[in-house]
Design a protein around this ligand. Structure first.
Ligand code: SAH
Length: 238
């Protein structure tokens, strides 16, 4: 990995590197708060050391407005622009764990939002393609990513229901918005043996992991209940 990347999880010393924007400062206080957050996640049953390491390394406060720095390390979702939310750290860890990320996995994420989840996936060595339907969020997540120099993330302003057919198949697909039903077009973009993690339901959603067994055959597993912002079709522009 190039020396320019601040968030190489293999070399924690780079994290303190300065940044061009005053808001992108990561100090001992932030690190202390992250450590506590990681301990909370462990208590809640997150065991994957690589995921805990990534969450303990990536400054979540960079993904929120400066005014909300104090909130960044609570295990809660938080409002971002356009009435959307940055997922709760527990949810990020939970979905990431279900995806069983391997280095080099090609992953499609639906719902870029703040870009935090995509960054965690990149830190685990995945190549990430992330789609957002809100132009404002797409632009700000992409800009922040350039500043943080987190590698292997490609941003798209698109309707996630369609996926990215010309880049398919994907090893994994992660949906971070609540779907009413299984998105058929996305399922077709999985590799054989590939997996999709997606919350499905109306008011609250059940976390599904869908594995593509063959060209036509998919197997479902169901996990815990969550509450996500809705998976909506069409684009929103400012
Ligand atoms: N992964 C995000 C959390 C996102 S919240 C993070 O780490 O911050 C869910 C996001 O899904 C919202 O930003 C919402 O605008 C987006 N979304 C909903 N429907 C979508 C669609 N059809 N295509 C792409 N993005 C969508």
């Amino acid at each position: 990995m190039s020396k320019d990347y601040f968030y190489d999880p293999n070399n924690r010393t780079k994290i303190t590197a300065g940044s061009r924007r005053a808001t992108l400062k990561d100090g001992y206080r932030h690190k202390g708060m992250r450590k506590k957050l990681v301990q909370q996640l462990q208590k809640k049953g997150i065991t994957d050391a690589r995921i805990l390491e990534a969450i303990g390394t990536l400054p979540r406060h960079f993904f929120l407005d400066k005014a909300f720095e104090e909130w960044a390390y609570q295990d809660k979702p938080f409002p971002i622009a356009k009435e959307q939310t940055i997922s709760q750290p527990f949810t990020v860890a939970y979905q990431t764990a279900l995806l069983n990320i391997q280095k080099g996995d090609k992953i499609l994420e639906i719902g870029t939002g703040s870009g935090y989840q995509a960054s965690i996936l990149s830190m685990l060595g995945a190549k990430v393609f992330t789609i957002e339907r809100q132009e404002t969020l797409y632009l700000s997540a992409k800009k922040l990513n350039r500043e943080l120099k987190i590698p292997r993330i490609n941003f798209y302003y698109k309707d996630g229901f369609l996926g990215i057919p010309h880049l398919a198949p994907f090893d994994k697909i992660l949906v971070t918005a609540g779907a009413k039903e299984k998105p058929q077009q996305l399922l077709q973009q999985l590799t054989i043996g590939g997996q999709m993690v997606i919350p499905i339901g109306d008011d609250t959603q059940v976390m599904y992991r869908i594995t593509r067994k063959s060209e036509q055959e998919y197997i479902d597993e169901q996990f815990d209940k969550f509450k996500f912002v809705p998976f909506l079709s069409g684009l929103e522009k400012d």
